[in-house]
Design a binder for this molecule. Structure first.
Ligand code: CP3
Length: 354
């Protein structure tokens, strides 16, 4: 319908699936559920596949991406698959020398801290991430009626890895550049927005049914700074996908004061961590947007009775929103018992069956 500004392949969104219907604020047969990091170390079958293969290499092999993405779908009966990849895959394709170190996260060999460093971050084309398009095509064929969610890191979260050189608790160098060198900051985030949009467009053209923009670390900012330094760049990514026909999910951690702005940036669904109850979040994002979340991943370690009680609370509070996609407030921790996740999916389906 809204293809006026979309000059790419026609997309096949699974509009009738419970997941896409909830993203659009439409009723469905049950509340859909999937988990951030549902693929990964909580699954023995994932650990086995990764024994001899590095993280980045796994992301570049369509056969492995397909198998790893399907593992949690087979095991848990979730309502959506999420592409197995990582937020730093497109910036590695853009020419940045980096690695994903087990137990640490992305590590950048030479951090980006000056106008000269910016030259090492070149624009990408779809051809630079053809392995992702190939994996999406294989997955869409295998998944049938189950939607596949594509994703990318948002410009701020990507910039934090590039500037710090790795994970950070304080984002000191990131914020210093933001305040001291706004022209360089906006040039860097503008480049990252272009790379991110190309990465997501590639996934949409190959057949994903939704996209999630991860601004995991945006919660480090005040609302005023978010609106001035970050939101224009995330908005250019989300608006670039406006005509694509797929729901756009926008997620971050610790974003209680940012929920309204993250919706305004151009999201159809706003992801909420466990700190903000969904009824409060629903008021902040307004009646035209759905919410996703928000069980604390730590609850999964507290025994089944607590899991059930808290899941019921999340579902009750989620009824205040125009649409609710059940999820955790952040990713599945590696130590999680996968049987609890399987049981939780069945519980959410059972409680919300209409
Ligand atoms: O199942 C899924 O959710 C899809 C796969 C996925 C991965 N990374 C796989 C992965 C997704 C959506 C991501 C996104 C991602 N990567 C984010 C945003 C989401 C979030 O958690 O807020 C961020 C911040 C990254 C950067 C990153 N990559 C981190 C912090 C880590 C963890 C480091 C560690 O070992 O604890 C990674 C590595 C990573 N990405 C793993 C997986 C399965 C672990 C790699 C391994 O198995 O050794």
């Amino acid at each position: 319908a809204s293809s006026l500004t979309w000059h790419h392949e026609p997309v096949t969104v699974l509009e009738d699936s419970p997941f896409v219907r909830a993203c659009r604020g439409l009723p469905g047969p049950h509340t859909p559920v999937w988990f951030m990091r549902q693929a990964g170390r909580s699954l023995p079958e994932y650990r086995k596949i990764r024994e001899r293969t590095g993280m980045l290499e796994s992301c570049r092999r369509p056969d492995l991406v397909t198998e790893i993405t399907l593992q949690p779908v087979r095991r848990h009966n979730v309502d959506a698959a999420i592409l197995f990849s990582d937020i730093v895959v497109p910036i590695a394709a853009a020419g940045i020398d980096l690695d994903i170190v087990a137990g640490t996260g992305p590590v950048v060999a030479d951090p980006v801290r000056s106008a000269g460093d910016l030259e090492r971050l070149r624009p990408i084309t779809t051809a630079d991430v053809d392995f992702v398009a190939e994996a999406v095509r294989l997955l869409v064929a295998e998944l049938g009626a189950t939607p596949l969610i594509g994703f990318a890191g948002a410009p701020f979260t990507l910039a934090s890895y590039l500037i710090e050189g790795g994970p950070s608790r304080t984002y000191l160098k990131t914020k210093a550049m933001m305040y001291a060198e706004p022209a360089l900051w906006h040039a860097l985030l503008g480049r990252l927005a272009d790379i991110t949009l190309t990465f997501l467009t590639t996934q949409v053209d190959a057949g994903v049914s939704a996209v999630q923009l991860f601004d995991s670390w945006a919660g480090a900012l005040s609302e005023a700074d978010y609106r001035e330094f970050v939101m224009p760049h995330s908005a250019s990514v989300l608006r670039g996908l406006a005509g694509a026909g797929v729901p756009r999910i926008h997620f971050g951690v610790g974003t209680a004061v940012l929920l309204e702005a993250m919706g305004e940036a151009g999201a159809d669904v706003v992801g909420v961590d466990w700190r903000t109850p969904l009824d409060v979040a629903a008021k902040r994002v307004g009646p035209d947007r759905a919410v996703q979340g928000n069980l604390d991943p730590a609850i999964l370690f507290a025994g089944w009775d607590v899991v059930e009680r808290e899941a019921r609370r999340v579902l009750a509070q989620g009824r205040a929103a125009s649409g609710h996609v059940f999820n955790l407030g952040h990713g599945v921790m590696p130590e999680t018992d996968p049987d609890i996740l399987t049981r939780l999916v069945a519980l959410v389906h059972e409680i919300t069956a209409r």
